[in-house]
Ligand binder design. Sequence first.
Ligand code: NAD
Ligand code: MG
Length: 389
Amino acid sequence: MSNGVTKKRVAIFGSTGSIGRQALEVIDANPGLFSVEVLTGQSNEDLLIRQALHFKPDVVVIGDDKKYPKVKDALAAHPIKVFGGEQAIEEVAAMDNYDIMLAAIVGFAGLRPTLRAIDNGKAVALANKETLVVAGDIVMKKALEQRAPIIPVDSEHSAIFQCLVGETRSRIEKIVLTASGGPFLGKKPNFLVNVKRDHALQHPNWSMGAKITIDSATLMNKGLEMIEAKWLFNLQPDQVQVVIHPQSIIHSMIQFEDGSIKAQMGLPDMKLPIQYALAFPRRIPNNFPRYDFRKPGTLTFEEPDVKTFRNLTLATDALFKGGNLPCILNAANEIAVFAFLRNRIGFLDMTDLVERTMQQVPFIEHPTLDEYFESDGEAREFAASLIKL
Ligand code: NAD
Ligand code: MG
């Protein structure tokens, strides 16, 4: 589709979020290559309306039903179909008006629309890592059956994906996922116990949505990414290693069977992996700032402190045991982050909540999709009961 004649038709699910907005910047800079056909947002109706007026998509969906009349009215003078509600988001994913979905909804809510896109045989540029954490086996199997390419947007996974180009005959020995360490790198529990929401929301290298920013501070993000990597690249759990690299210049690395290591590097800017996923298999030019090796600077690496950041241990446990455990971990974590963002629980309580929920919800080794949904529900209910949400 990107042959220079036909534009790639893009559907952005979660267009009002951090990834969604940056994707629209990329598309705006490349009007000859892409058209926007679908925009969905949950609650920021004003931004969604502005985006729709600018990009003139075929369809707009506002997840929050109450805001539907306002969006509908604002776009009434244009040939744009407007829908409202959670169900509509899923149904639009089954439409044929687009070539590639950018899955940029946050959390478990992204799973169903993404599955619909895959069932629909559409390519998916996947930012929503929770989709693979929750039901990676089912998602990847469906994608294979439907020949629906899944192209990672997460910077680490984009790095691995880029390093794999041209490597069809070489085998991966292991992958090294880099982690910035977040704003509390080097801190100990006696410090973390007092950390508040506003401090945790300040990430040193990346500006992102609230949920992933907290996940980065607790290192749960890297835990989720280990599981995401396992499914994307068909790896054994022991092939996934995490290393702290505070400068976020190396976005991740592959070590091949012969010991050779390939890394993908660049300044930390999500627009690059977003652009790469949307334009794949092409690389397209841009004028983002470049990393300059001549400027003084050091790239450093260290082992993660898993005794302090126990989320990484919990996620490693879920990665190795598999079954519905990653789904339970994810659900409990979503509740924990939600509660922390509302100042209902402390920073370290988030890990305890996840751990207790993982111990409570029954383990299923080979869950069906319905069982994943049930485990998600059970885990949320139990985690919420612990903090009386
Ligand atoms: P965000 O909170 O900024 O945006 C989330 C988007 O999802 C918004 O458009 C919102 O309206 C929509 N949304 C929220 N709840 C919804 C629901 N229940 N139903 C339907 N839509 C809903 O999040 P973000 O930072 O853009 O992250 C999006 C996804 O991308 C996450 O899974 C995150 O882990 C992943 N990701 C983000 C970054 C980043 O830099 N922001 C980097 C890598 C991966
Ligand atoms: Mg990442």
